[in-house]
Each structure stands twice: as structure tokens, then as C-alpha cells.
Design a protein around this ligand. Structure first.
Ligand code: PLP
Length: 414
């Protein structure tokens, strides 16, 4: 194997070839090789500048390399980065206090990636089901939605409805029931004495920016409350300002029993995730029940505190609402035979390309040629989700290019 080499790589083509050679092919990225990033902009190794309209799936809500977040990281990196939970550090407590006060819960359990936090939420409601609700041993059921995306662990992909996510990865964890997203009667019918939780995304980002019917979330929350079932909101992508509120749940005035955060919690520089809930759920844990070597580490905790401060201090939720509303209207005003729908909330926007126009990927490639990075989700949907620090002027400046591409210009050339 060692005779295969693309070293030293210098051009984008070199780096693409090198990654192809040495990386498992579990992704099909746009062919752009980014070397530098600042705010809403990224630069490739040839020096071309692009507007980032994906924000690493909303992990960079605060913008790339936010100076305050980077400075916190620099300082904490020079002081203390990892203690493990075998010892206490002086960053985790302040972080959890800040987080709990901001989102309004008694306690938080810190993890690293989103999938780990989802796993943690599942473990939490299962244990709560056995210890508090009184479900018989190993009978607990968690209800999930069609077209969900909650991460890539074997348990989580086991209850995905996307065949590719599961193909070849079984056998899967039992104890999950899938109901149609947006369908209240399906949820009602699925609830039984063994139901411990209903796991739902307030908007399905990976599912194609699917916004549920009005009233769905609040009525689902009421159904859960009435049946002693934990309402678990996965706000890893929709949370922390993205949809124009701190939490997307805020739009429906609901307070999930269990709240899952990740992505932007780490400010785009470090993986930090957390599960938030009140004592009634969190008190099921005793020492040794659950853990993570890096969960709650001082570097991540320090970074997350500043990441949260930036969201609040710069009113990123308010900006997402204002700019998102305007941008969505501008996108809807584009007269294109290829676009069937523009949907979303705040700065989580999906542009749906009609089946007759072919998949969305060539549109993304054409956007890339014009200096705009967006990625399709679910074949037909182009997601526009720039960092929330974006200005209206910046978006205005790229609208003519977006408009041209959506109307079909430059598709053949890609
Ligand atoms: C990204 C995402 C996850 C998984 O997060 P990772 O950090 O990639 O493990 C889970 N749920 C939702 C809604 C997401 O968008």
C-alpha cells in the first residue's frame, strides 16, 4: 500500500485524489478543498472564495473561526484540556450552569457528538421508564418518526427509515416504533403502557427540511404529557438560533421533557453535545451508569460557554428570523420551472427541485462554480443554511447567482 502516494499534495485535484485514495468512501463531497475560513466565507487551496451555505450542518451557526470562540479555545488549550470525569474540572460546572439557565432545565449531561447525546437521551428515558414509570424489564418502547435523522450509531440507524443508512449494519437494537412524521393519530395509536419516549426533530433537517403541520409538535407534546411519555426534542440541528428562535420548540411554545443539543454548541471548533432534562429524569443516574472520556472536558466546556455567549450576545436567533424570512421570500420569488417548493424556518431553508428536473446535486455543483457552497439532502432538496452571522447585504450579493442556477443556467457545464 505504501507505494500509493499523493505527496506532497498542493492543488485541489491532488487533495481530492489523496482523500479518495486514503479515505473510506462513506461520503461524496462536493469537489472543493477548503483551507481557510472566516465568518460566512471559506477559501479553497487555489484561493477561490466561497459563501458557506451549509454551516457544517448548522455546527457553525456562529460563523467560521469566530474570534471570541477561537480565543477561548486558545486560552483553555494552553491551560487544561482533559481531566476525564474521574476528576472534576473548573469549566464543566460553569458550562452546565450556563446551559441549563439558558434553556431552562434542572440538569444537563455533557457528551461530545450528536449521536452520543441521542444515545444518552434514549438511555435516560429507558431507565426513567423502568425506575419511575414502572415499565416491565426490557419492555420499554421509544417512538420515533419516519424520515428521522438522529445520527449513525448502530442503535440509531436501526430505527431509521432510510434503507441505505441500515443496509448491511444489522442486527439492530429492538424497542423502537416508527410512526409517520406529522401524523398525530399515528402517534396516539403507537402509545401504550410501555412507551417511555417520543423522539422527534422539530424540523427534519436531513429528511429534507420537512416542517411538520402547524400544531403538530404542541399536540404531540400534550399527547405525551397525558400518557406519561417523555417528549424528546432532537434540536441538534434546529437548536441554538438556527430557526429564528433559541430553540425551534420555542416556536410552538413547548418545553420538551428531554432536550438534545449538539453541533453549534461547540461553536464549530470542537464537538460538544448535551442532554438537558429536569431532575425527575436525570436522577435516574448513579455513578457508573453512563459516561464518556471526553464528555464534559474543560476544553469543550470552555468553548461551549463562549459559543452560547456569542449566540445570545449577537442575537443570532433574531438575525436568523429576520434574514431568513427575507431570504425565503426572495427564493420564493425566483421564477423557475425547476423549483417546486421553498420551505423552512429562519435560516434553515430547503429548496425542492422537481423530480422532472433531475436530482439537486448538479444544481449544487453549479452553485459551487459561482462561489456558493450548498449541499443537497435527500436527492431533491438544496439546503440553504448559512452561518447566522450572515448579513442581508451578503445574501443579496449572491442572489443573482442563486437565481440563475435555480433557473437552470450552467447545469450542463457541471
Ligand atoms: C447531525 C445530527 C445528529 C448527529 O450528530 P453527530 O454529531 O453527527 O453525531 C443527530 N440529530 C440531528 C437532528 C442532526 O442534525
Amino acid at each position: 500500500m505504501s507505494d500509493r502516494t499523493v505527496n506532497p499534495a498542493s492543488t485541489s485535484d491532488d487533495f481530492l485524489q489523496q482523500a479518495d485514495l486514503w479515505s473510506a468512501s462513506n461520503y461524496a463531497p462536493l469537489p472543493v478543498v477548503i483551507t481557510r475560513a472566516e465568518g460566512v466565507w471559506v477559501w479553497d487551496v487555489e484561493g477561490n472564495k466561497y459563501l458557506d451555505c451549509l454551516s457544517a450542518y448548522s455546527a457553525v451557526n456562529q460563523g467560521h473561526c469566530h474570534p471570541r470562540i477561537v480565543e477561548t479555545m486558545r486560552q483553555q488549550a494552553g491551560r487544561c484540556t482533559l481531566t476525564s470525569r474521574a476528576f472534576q474540572n473548573d469549566q464543566m460546572g460553569p458550562f452546565l450552569e450556563k446551559l441549563c439557565n439558558l434553556v431552562g432545565y434542572d440538569k444537563a449531561l455533557p457528551m461530545n457528538t450528536g449521536a452520543e447525546a441521542v444515545e444518552t437521551a434514549i438511555k435516560t428515558v429507558r431507565k426513567w421508564g423502568y425506575k419511575v414509570k414502572g415499565v416491565a424489564e426490557n419492555a420499554a418502547e421509544v417512538i420515533v418518526c419516519s424520515d428521522n435523522f438522529h445520527g449513525r450509531t448502530t442503535t440509531i440507524v436501526g430505527f431509521s427509515t432510510e434503507e441505505q443508512y441500515k443496509d448491511g449494519f444489522g442486527p439492530f437494537t429492538p424497542g423502537f416504533k416508527v410512526v409517520r412524521y406529522g401524523d398525530l393519530s399515528a402517534l396516539e395509536a403507537a402509545i401504550n403502557d410501555n412507551s417511555v419516549g417520543f423522539l422527534v426533530e422539530p424540523i427534519q433537517g436531513e429528511g429534507g427540511v420537512i416542517v411538520p403541520p402547524d400544531g403538530y409538535l404542541s399536540e404531540a407534546a400534550q399527547l405525551c404529557a397525558g400518557n406519561n411519555v417523555a417528549f424528546i426534542a432532537d434540536e441538534i440541528q434546529t437548536g441554538l438560533g438556527r430557526t429564528g428562535r433559541l430553540l425551534c420548540s420555542d416556536w410552538d411554545k413547548i418545553r420538551p421533557d428531554v432536550l438534545i443539543l449538539g453541533k453549534a454548541l461547540g461553536g464549530g471548533v470542537y464537538p460538544v453535545s448535551a442532554v438537558c432534562a429536569d431532575d425527575g429524569f436525570m436522577e435516574v443516574y448513579k455513578p457508573g451508569d453512563h459516561g464518556s472520556t471526553f464528555g464534559g472536558n474543560p476544553l469543550g466546556a470552555a468553548v461551549a460557554m463562549t459559543a452560547l455567549d456569542v449566540i445570545v450576545d449577537e442575537n443570532l436567533a433574531g438575525k436568523a428570523e429576520e434574514i431568513g424570512d427575507w431570504f425565503m421570500n426572495e427564493l420564493r420569488a425566483i421564477d423557475s420551472p425547476h423549483v417546486v417548493e421553498v420551505r423552512g424556518k429562519g435560516l434553515l431553508i430547503g429548496v425542492v427541485i422537481s423530480d422532472e428536473s433531475g436530482p439537486a446535486n448538479p444544481f449544487c455543483k453549479a452553485l459551487k462554480k459561482r462561489g456558493i457552497l450548498a449541499k443537497e439532502t435527500h436527492e431533491q432538496v438544496i439546503r440553504f443554511a448559512p452561518p447566522l452571522v450572515i448579513t442581508r447585504e451578503t445574501l443579496k450579493s449572491v442572489l443573482p447567482d442563486i437565481s440563475s442556477v435555480l433557473r437552470g443556467e450552467g447545469l450542463a457545464a457541471s
